[in-house]
Design a protein around this ligand. Structure first.
Ligand code: SAM
Length: 282
C-alpha cells in the first residue's frame, strides 16, 4: 500500500473527525460514545478522570479518538518533557501538561493540520502554556536525539505505514532511562485479505494493526526494553461499526453490510496498553 496515499486518507479522515466529531472518528462510533475509553471518577489504562478532563476542557471528550488512557500509565513527574505522538485534539497532551507542571513541557505531534489547530485552541482556552503542538510525522519526529523523558501515544501507531521506523524514532528521541506508555490496536488473529488491503479500514484503525507479538517485537528491535502489555480489551461492535462508517464507507452501505463485516472482524483485534523503557546505557 502506498504510504503517501495512506497518509492522505488518514489526514482526510481525522480532519473530518475533528470538524464533525459526532459523525466520525477512529475509535468513536456514530453515537459519539467511544467504547474503548470511559470517563468516570477513577482513572486507569482505559478510563479518564471526569473531573480532571472537565478542568482542561469538557469539549475534549467529543474529540477523544483514543483506545485507552496512556497518561494514566505514564507515571509523569513534575519537570519532565513529554512527547505525545498523534496528539489529535489534545486531550492527553493537556492532561500531561498539568501533571508535569510549570517546570515541565509537553510536545504534541500530529500530521493533520486540523488536529494541530484544534489542540492549540483547546490549550489556549484552558490557559495551559507548557504545551506546544507540532505538525509532523511520527516516522520522522522533528526533535533532537535524547530530548524527551516520556513518550505517550494513543491509538496512532496502528495507522503508521512503517511501525518499525516509528519505534526507532521513539527510541532516538527518548533520553536514556526514558519511558513509553502507549494505547493502541493490535490483531489477535489475522484479518481476511480483502480487509487488510482496504485504505478505509486502515484509516479506521483496523487494517494497519499488527499482530500483538509483532508489535512488541518492533519495540524490542528498536532497543526498547521491559516491553509489557499491561492490559488488553477485545474490540467490540462499536469500533467495527466506526471503522466502516467514519468516512470510510457510505453510511447506508456500512449499515447494510455490518453483519458481514462483524463476522469478519469480531474477535480478531484488541486495544492494548503497553509500557517500555529505553535502557539507561544504550
Ligand atoms: C485515532 S486518532 C487519536 C488521536 C489522539 N491520540 C486521541 O487519543 O484522541 C489518530 C491521530 O494520529 C494522527 N496520526 C496518524 N498517523 C500519524 C503519523 N504518522 N504521524 C503523526 N500523526 C499521525 C492523526 O492525524 C490523528 O490525529
Amino acid at each position: 500500500m502506498k504510504s503517501t496515499a495512506l497518509k492522505d486518507r488518514i489526514r482526510k479522515r481525522y480532519t473530518a473527525a475533528v470538524e464533525a466529531p459526532r459523525q466520525s472518528g477512529c475509535c468513536t462510533p456514530r453515537d459519539g460514545t467511544n467504547p474503548l475509553i470511559a470517563f468516570h471518577s477513577g482513572e486507569d489504562a482505559r478510563s479518564y478522570n471526569q473531573a480532571e478532563v472537565a478542568a482542561v476542557g469538557p469539549a475534549l471528550v467529543e474529540t477523544a479518538f483514543g483506545c485507552g488512557n496512556p497518561v494514566a500509565l505514564a507515571d509523569l513527574q513534575p519537570g519532565e518533557t513529554v512527547l505525545d505522538i498523534g496528539s489529535g485534539a489534545g486531550l492527553d497532551a493537556l492532561l500531561a501538561a498539568r501533571r508535569v507542571g510549570p517546570t515541565g513541557r509537553v510536545i504534541g505531534l500530529d500530521m493533520t493540520p486540523a488536529m494541530i489547530a484544534a489542540a492549540s485552541a483547546h490549550a489556549a482556552r484552558a490557559g495551559i502554556t507548557n504545551v506546544e503542538f507540532l505538525l509532523g510525522d511520527a516516522e520522522a519526529i522533528p526533535l533532537p536525539d535524547g530530548s524527551v523523558d516520556r513518550v505517550i501515544s494513543n491509538c496512532v501507531l496502528n495507522l503508521a505505514p512503517d511501525k518499525a521506523r516509528v519505534f526507532r524514532e521513539i527510541s532516538r528521541v527518548l533520553k536514556p532511562g526514558g519511558r513509553i506508555a502507549i494505547s493502541d490496536i493490535v490483531l489477535l488473529r489475522p484479518l481476511p485479505r480483502p480487509l487488510r488491503k482496504s485504505l478505509a479500514l486502515w484509516a479506521g484503525c483496523l487494517a494497519g494493526a499488527l499482530p500483538e507479538a509483532d508489535y512488541v517485537a518492533a519495540a524490542q528491535v528498536a532497543r526498547l526494553r521491559e516491553v509489557r502489555v499491561v492490559s488488553r480489551i477485545p474490540i467490540e461492535d462499536g469500533v467495527i461499526c466506526d471503522a466502516l462508517s467514519g468516512g470510510s464507507l457510505p453510511r447506508r452501505l456500512a449499515r447494510l453490510t455490518f453483519p458481514l463485516w462483524h463476522q469478519w472482524v469480531s474477535g480478531r483485534a484488541a486495544g492494548i496498553h503497553l509500557q517500555a523503557i529505553k535502557p539507561a546505557a544504550s
